[in-house]
Design a protein around this ligand. Sequence first.
Ligand SMILES: [Zn+2]
Length: 399
Amino acid sequence: MSAVKSVWQYYAPSREILLLLEVFRRMVNDSIRIGLVNDASSLRKLSLLSYNQLAHYDSPSRYKLCAISRAAGILAARNKSARRGFPTRTPYAVRQQLVSCYGFKVRNGWLEIPVARGKRFSIPLTKHVLEVISQPGVKVRSFTLTRNRLSLCIAREVATVECTSTVGVDRNLRNLTVGNDHQTRHYDLSKCVKIANATVRIVASFTRDDTRIRTGLASMYGQRRTARTGHLLHNATKTIVAIAVQRRTAIVLENIEGIRSLYQKGNGQGRKYRGRMNGWSFGEAQRQIEYKARWVGLPVIRLSRRETRGSSVTCPRCGERLQSDKKLKRKLWCSGCRIVMDRDQVAAVNLARRGRVRFARSRPLIEAQGGAVEAVKGNPTPTVIPGVDAPKLTQPTKS
Ligand SMILES: [Zn+2]
């Protein structure tokens, strides 16, 4: 399995690089225009149409190809949106961004890229970047330049981790709960909520009557907030993936597509509650877990909305619907088992179990290993939830 991720750093551009960035942006926009006029969005068609028309640009020809490829990507994204019925505007590249997979070299800790015929520009790579790209098996596929950042796309071949069990990751406002039948673990993220609240308060306190300045300041604080919460999330997701690899458990996530529509104006929720729920970086947590897992070859199972229905209110022991009580904060009561359970733990355990059912169906060959017997044969009979897990076990097994 091939895994891809990127690593970035800042750099100081030269005048030539800035010029090249602008030329690249214009070439992309030219190709987009040509593609729109001729209704062409495939790379092949677009390069046949626009390569000759880019002849007057003073740039290495490999960048022309990359510009066309980028334009094709932008056009394809637009077509996709149009197919799905989203309104689209005429695409136009505003930000300067140069992507290329040709002609660069990493030599003695420098990245060398061609800027004009016979001329190269060298960027000193930071210690961190060098460390990442010199790991065994890592290949640099392409580089991306903006006005102050260099990003390297790197790839490597990884063997898939043979998993014997699953672990569910339940995302909540104040924590990530990771667990399965054996144990659960909380990753406290209440600090993210605090940071978000502080940012909202600060931005709301700006009273200057000039939207441009207010927007500028708000975006500054927004970036700060993203950086701080991102850091906290990175710490948690890194540990989650590392532990999952160690225990050979595939990660099960709830697909949270469309979660924003749950908290929209007119849904009968308070403004503050909506703001809090929409301020949560559900997608970011998922993105981090998925790319980190992919990089080490750990399988990730995404459960659809239907598969996760009721996962936080169903008793993992008997399948009874759990009762909530104002007095029990984030705790639930099962009238069948007569015990109080933690809401987040219940969700994580249920996710792990439902994911395991799917996992067992798709890869029945790992039975030989210890824990898998339990998972594959549906051996933990006391824990199968009637009406939820059982029907899925009976579905035909694909091999
Ligand atoms: Zn129960």
